[in-house]
Every structure is written in C-alpha cells, then in structure tokens.
Design a protein around this ligand. Structure first.
Ligand code: ATP
Ligand code: MG
Length: 362
C-alpha cells in the first residue's frame, strides 16, 4: 500500500499499430489509469512505439532492426492489432508479432474464454457461468515450426511436406505451465488435447509427458481428449471443461471455436507469456485491425480490457485485475455495449462506463 511509501511503477511498451489498434489501446490505457488511481499502490509509465504498417510503407520495415532491444527491459508489452489492406498478411505477421513472440520466447499463449453477461452464445441455453475456459496454446514449436519443403513443384509427382517438431523441453514446459494455471483456478481441472490415435510419435510423446508432469500436481485432476472429440465436447458439454492445453495448431483451431461460442471476436483476449520472465510478455486482443470500422469510434474495447486484466495478473496486481473484470462484466450486464455485440454505445462510452465502475465500486 502507499502507506509504506513504495508506489510501484510498471513500465509498459505500448504498440497500438494498425486500424482499430490505436482506438482500443487508448481505451485500455484509460482503464489502467483508473485502476492505478483507485489502487494507489502502483502506477504505469507507458512508452508508445509507432511500429506497424504505416511505418512499413514509409521505411520498408514494421519495426526498427533493434526494435526488440528497445523493449526488452519493459515490464510488459501492450499490443493493439497489426495488418493493413495494402500490406500482405505474411509481411505484417513476420514483420512485427512473430519477431516479438519468438524473440522473447513467449511460449505460452493463454486465451481465456467465458460468456460475458448480456452477450449471447450461439449455443442455445448456454449463458454466463456455463462456459468458463482458459486455453493454453503451445506457442513456439509443433506444427508451426516452419519445417518442410516441396519437390517437383507443379508437376504430377509434386510432394509437399509440413513437419511438426515436438521437443521434450518444449512439451514439458508448456505442460507445467498448464498444470500450474489449472491449479490456480477453482476447479483445478485440466484437459490435455492430442491426436495420439492417428499420430503415433510426437502426439504419443505429448500424452506421456502429460502423465509425467501430472505426477508433480497431485492436486490437479486431468483428462485426455482427442482433438476431434474435443470439438464435440466443447459444443455439447461446455460446463465439463475448465483449463485446456493443446498444440500450436490444435489450440489455434479450438480457440477460434471457443471465441465463436462465447459470442464475439470483439471480446476475446490473448496473452503471449514468457513464464520464466526472462523477457516482457505481450498482451493483445485476438481480433485484427478491422479497417471496415476504423475511425468510426465503435470498436469494442472489451477484448483489450480483458487482456489488460491478464497483464495485471502477470504483473502480480491480481486485485486490480479482478476489479477490472468486475467492472467490464457490470458494464456488459448494464447493456452498455458496442454494435458488434448488439449495443449502441461507442468505444468511448463503454470506456467511460468501465472507468466509472472502477471508481464507484465499494
Ligand atoms: P486481420 O486481417 O488482422 O484478421 P481483419 O481486419 O480481418 O484483421 P478481424 O479481427 O479478423 O479483422 O475481424 C473481422 C471483423 O470482425 C472486422 O472486420 C470487424 O467488422 C469485426 N471486429 C473485429 N474486432 C472487432 C472489435 N474489437 N470491435 C468491433 N468489431 C470487430
Ligand atoms: Mg481477419
């Protein structure tokens, strides 16, 4: 508390980037400011970096060559969205997000999903409380390791390979992270997803390592699912799931499904975590730059508030994190929502309501 004179200052690197990125990051920073004022025990020192597609069009690079060095000593990275209609997707992906994720070895990608009050799931009869998951995606290897090749291109005998790489180190560390996370949640329950019936090597290794790591967590209950059966369970029995861990590809697909079941892209957050804290972790909304609504003042800021709450958890400010989520849920329940989730409010009206709820809460 401020009484002992020590107000902590967290250094945040903000990268708003493209499209609605700057609009939602501005909203997120207002909420963080309201939380800091309310708490009194911490404050934020935010440095903005003008990296993104505009910079690419002017200079030929989305971020400077020493960009990672410039942000490596920050406490966290608060990221908007990258992508522009006139810049190819692989350029923006490989030019900014991936160099940060890979260079800082953010091997745990964490995607919480729940149905917020006032938001309708496409699943009939499923409301807030019936679906509350966290998907942990292995974010450094697996199917997206970039290994493979093509021979005889364009000829009838053409062959293409796409090789998944699973390492004992990589699987063990993501499994430990997932078990730890499951342990921190009330149900202490983890579902490990693989495809080990059809894929007999790397996937069987996943199952074996899961069983080994489980020994370290006797207080966590866990089960195993094949990814195909998992999609069915997510739709038919969402209440039966809590924390989920899966490979890079499987979790990529499952988290899109999870996002759709929770009602909107505009509310889904993600954290790219270096659990060993050698480097800053990165927090961002899942959605892209959404140029169709850019500048209209109607971008949904909820995904960015939620990822700001993940950032606060990572910084150890768990009270402020919970306070922010309570404020967001109250504002959603009051029907103060943007048009993408059926409301009529602007980004700023939602943001003002969330800041007011932070100030007013007992
Ligand atoms: P990218 O190419 O990076 O995927 P995108 O412009 O295709 O970006 P997406 O994030 O994929 O945008 O979103 C698809 C559509 O969903 C957007 O065009 C927009 O209409 C809507 N959308 C996405 N995020 C939001 C948001 N935060 N608020 C309101 N609508 C959103
Ligand atoms: Mg898109």
């Amino acid at each position: 508390s401020p009484a002992d004179g020590a107000v902590k200052t967290y250094r945040i690197a903000s990268i708003p980037a493209d499209g609605i990125g700057p609009e939602v990051i501005a909203a997120g920073l207002q909420a963080l400011d309201a939380l800091a004022r309310r708490d009194g025990g911490f404050t934020f020192d935010v440095t903005e970096f003008d990296w993104g597609s505009d910079r690419f069009k002017k200079t030929g690079a989305l971020m400077p060559a020493d960009g990672r060095d410039q942000i490596k000593d920050f406490d966290a990275i608060f990221f908007g969205a990258v992508g522009a209609p006139d810049v190819p997707d692989h350029v923006t992906l490989w030019g900014l997000r991936l160099p940060i994720c890979q260079g800082f070895d953010q091997y745990a990608n964490v995607r919480p999903t729940k149905i917020l009050p006032g938001i309708t799931s496409p699943l009939a009869g499923v409301g807030p409380g019936d679906l509350d998951w966290v998907i942990v995606r292995e974010n450094s290897e697996g199917e997206y390791s970039g290994n493979g090749g093509r021979t005889h291109q364009g000829m009838p005998e053409e062959v293409g390979t796409e090789v998944s790489i699973f390492t004992r180190t990589g699987v063990t560390r993501i499994m430990r992270y997932a078990f730890e996370l499951a342990r921190s949640r009330p149900r202490k329950f983890l579902t490990v997803v693989t495809k080990s019936n059809a894929q007999r090597f790397g996937m069987v290794m996943w199952d074996e390592i899961a069983a080994e790591v489980a020994q370290e967590f006797p207080d966590v209950t866990w089960d195993k699912m094949l990814v195909d059966a998992m999609t069915v369970r997510m739709v038919k029995d969402p209440k039966s799931l809590d924390t989920i861990v899966a490979t890079n590809l499987h979790a990529d697909i499952l988290s899109d499904l999870a996002g759709a079941l929770a009602g909107s892209l505009g509310v889904a957050p993600t954290a790219n975590i270096d659990p060993e804290r050698r480097y800053p972790s990165m927090f961002e909304p899942i959605h892209g730059s959404a140029f169709d609504i850019t500048g209209k003042g109607i971008a949904n800021p909820v995904a960015t508030f939620w990822t700001a709450s993940q950032m606060l958890d990572h910084l150890g400010e768990t009270n402020a994190s919970a306070r922010l989520m309570r404020a967001v849920e109250k504002v959603c329940a009051d029907g103060i929502m943007t048009p993408d989730v059926g409301g009529t409010a602007t980004t700023q009206e939602v943001t003002d309501a969330v800041c007011e709820a932070i100030r007013a809460e007992n």
